[in-house]
Write a protein that binds this ligand. Structure first.
Ligand SMILES: Nc1ncnc2c1ncn2[C@@H]1O[C@H](COP(=O)(O)OP(=O)(O)OP(=O)(O)O)[C@@H](O)[C@H]1O
Length: 253
């Protein structure tokens, strides 16, 4: 079976600024991986290139076996994306929004799929409310429904729980865990929430100034840095501290 994502030398330059610098990684089918990095590390730019929204300055991306430079639409039909920073049309009701996306993705039996998602994501009571009038938690659930409308084999999530209260954030994480186990879809998750990444991700790419500076499972990374958790590893990398046992002078990045 082809991998969910194969990125080779993926690069994005904005003038002099190298936002993403020769990223290479392979996300297997069915895996949940995290993309971690400080502000400006290149996470959103990477996701935009994986979606084909930005043209890479160099490098190649294959999504579910499709070359994004030549065969983007075949890949887009089989993947989806969610970000709290991308607003849904705010005057349309939740149901109308989901119908538009179901239509765009040519979803068979669209009304049945929308009803299924509304039940799963607790949207039934808000289906006829304008999307612009929802709370952050409700918007997140609608955005997830939109992202799942075409039963994607690959889901790209940019900060899926940003601005949610701890209870709603936990609900979304549990839901994603269950959904991933049931559907087997691959997930690439960009997040600033280290506990979230520890809980959901089997493997983490640590990004700094557009480059992968380390990677591994959350527990491997913690062990490598002699730390208890990913938050401490993140701070070590951000502040150029050494891995456990590394001689002085060999900074991580
Ligand atoms: N449209 C653009 N034009 C010029 N530079 C850009 C553009 N978009 C992003 N950049 C730059 O590219 C770099 C990576 O930005 P990006 O948004 O990918 O980072 P990020 O890891 O998603 O950050 P954050 O966690 O703050 O969202 C930054 O230096 C940013 O200023």
């Amino acid at each position: 079976m082809t991998d969910a994502i194969q990125a080779e030398g993926l690069t994005k330059r904005y003038g002099e600024n190298l936002a993403v610098d020769a990223l290479s990684f392979t996300l297997p089918r069915g895996a949940t991986w995290g993309l971690l990095g400080g502000n400006g590390a290149g996470k959103s730019t990477t996701i935009a290139m994986l979606l084909g929204l930005l043209v890479p300055s160099a490098g190649t991306v294959r999504v579910l076996g499709h070359d994004m430079a030549r065969d983007r639409f075949a890949a887009l039909a089989r993947m989806n994306f969610s970000s709290p920073y991308v607003a849904l049309p705010h005057r349309l009701s939740v149901a109308e929004n989901l119908r538009v996306y179901a239509h765009l993705y040519d979803v068979p039996r669209a009304e049945a799929r929308i009803a299924e998602l509304a039940a799963a994501l607790q949207l039934e009571e808000i289906l006829h409310r304008p999307a612009g009038q929802l709370s952050a938690g409700q918007k997140t659930r609608v955005a997830l429904a939109k992202a799942l409308v075409n039963r994607p084999e690959l889901l790209l999530l940019d900060e899926p729980t940003a601005s949610l209260d701890p209870d709603t954030g936990d609900w979304v994480r549990s839901w994603l865990e269950r959904y991933q186990a049931e559907s087997g879809c691959a997930i690439l998750l960009a997040s600033h929430n280290m506990a979230e990444v520890e809980r959901l991700c089997g493997h983490v790419l640590m990004l700094k100034r557009g480059r992968i500076v380390d990677q591994g499972s959350p527990s491997e990374l913690a062990a490598r840095f002699g730390r208890d958790n990913l938050e401490e590893v993140f701070l070590d990398i951000a502040r150029n501290r050494k891995r456990a046992g590394e001689p002085m002078g060999e900074a991580v990045a």
